[in-house]
Design a protein around this ligand. Structure first.
Ligand code: SAM
Length: 288
């Protein structure tokens, strides 16, 4: 991981990327994972967990806009949102830009990630943690979804799993048990989305999610966006919806919703929303 002034990602044994550590800002083992935050001349401030790059100031907007705005504009009337993970605060920032969202519960296992990202990556949350609509829960996402009661506590219109890779604490967030819990918490036209790795390098994760998630959702698919520091090509986002029509919202409707929301995006557009669901043949074959 760290040697001299290089951060070498250890996600793969035989392939990888490295970044010069131009300034080390924070490094420690937390109660759950090894956390590093450092400055790199190319990507700005970067955060890594257990040897895997999680987010950078320069390209985070692509990932956070696509994992937040695609389900929210597809749904069209989401009031209650659940974020699992997301400790850097970028997902929370993008979700809260939707003024129609009335409540966000965010369940993050590692309080140190929240606190250190508030301090060293302030532009990610950009004040989102102070929003009165937020209910921040420090807990394991799978414990939360297993214990929450949709009738007593309310269901969610959009659930976003903004988790690490399926290693360490993140592994349970790719399990059938987790997807079953999310299904129980989704409202009638609810939509579940999740980061699901880089399909060219982690196609087995896509196949596994398609099989497991497909057991619970009326419509299971994937969409993509290229995020430069998620090395290896397009990042694949898992999509699970109670209403199959949610994936086929007309461009004119998406455009109207986007214009009404008045959100200044840098990556998301209604056209990219629609195009993102077009998958390479090898990915289509893997998930069908
Ligand atoms: N954008 C990144 C990606 O695509 O890999 C994810 C970023 S975010 C920092 C991932 C978050 O998931 C971390 O803050 C980590 O602590 C959290 N996390 C991992 N396992 C979790 C679990 N079981 N429950 C809740 N949060 C978890």
């Amino acid at each position: 991981m760290l040697n001299n002034n290089l951060y070498s990602e250890t996600l793969y044994d035989t392939y990888g990327q490295h970044f010069t550590i131009d300034k080390l800002l924070f490094e420690a083992g937390t109660a759950h994972q090894h956390l590093v935050i450092f400055e790199n001349k190319e990507f700005g401030r970067m955060m890594a967990l257990d040897g895997v790059i999680q987010t950078t100031e320069r390209d985070e907007f692509i990932y956070h806009e696509m994992l937040a705005h695609v389900p929210l504009f597809a749904h069209g009337n989401a009031k209650r949102v659940l974020i699992i993970g997301g400790g850097d605060g970028g997902m929370l920032r993008e979700v809260l830009k939707h003024k129609t969202v009335e409540h966000v519960t965010m369940v993050e296992i590692d309080a140190a990630v929240v606190e250190m990202c508030k301090e060293w990556l302030p532009n990610h949350s950009a004040g989102a943690y102070q929003d009165p609509r937020l209910n921040l829960v420090i807990d394991d996402g799978i414990k939360f979804v297993n214990n929450a009661d949709a009738n007593a506590d309310g269901s969610f219109d959009v659930i976003i799993s903004d988790c690490t890779d399926p290693i360490g604490p993140g592994e349970v967030l790719f399990s059938s048990e987790f997807y079953a819990g999310c299904k129980r918490l989704l409202s009638e036209n609810g939509i579940f989305v999740a980061q699901n790795g880089v399909c060219f390098m982690q196609l087995d994760e896509v196949e596994t999610t398609a099989r497991r998630l497909g057991h619970y959702m009326a419509d299971t698919w994937f969409y993509g966006a290229a995020v430069p520091t998620y090395a290896g090509g397009i990042m694949t986002f898992a999509w699970g919806a109670n209403n199959p029509e949610s994936r086929n919202v007309a461009l004119a409707v998406l455009t109207e919703r986007f214009n009404t929301a008045g959100i200044a995006s840098r990556y998301y557009t209604p056209a990219i929303h629609q195009a993102a669901f077009a998958l390479p043949r090898y990915v289509e074959e893997a998930i069908t």
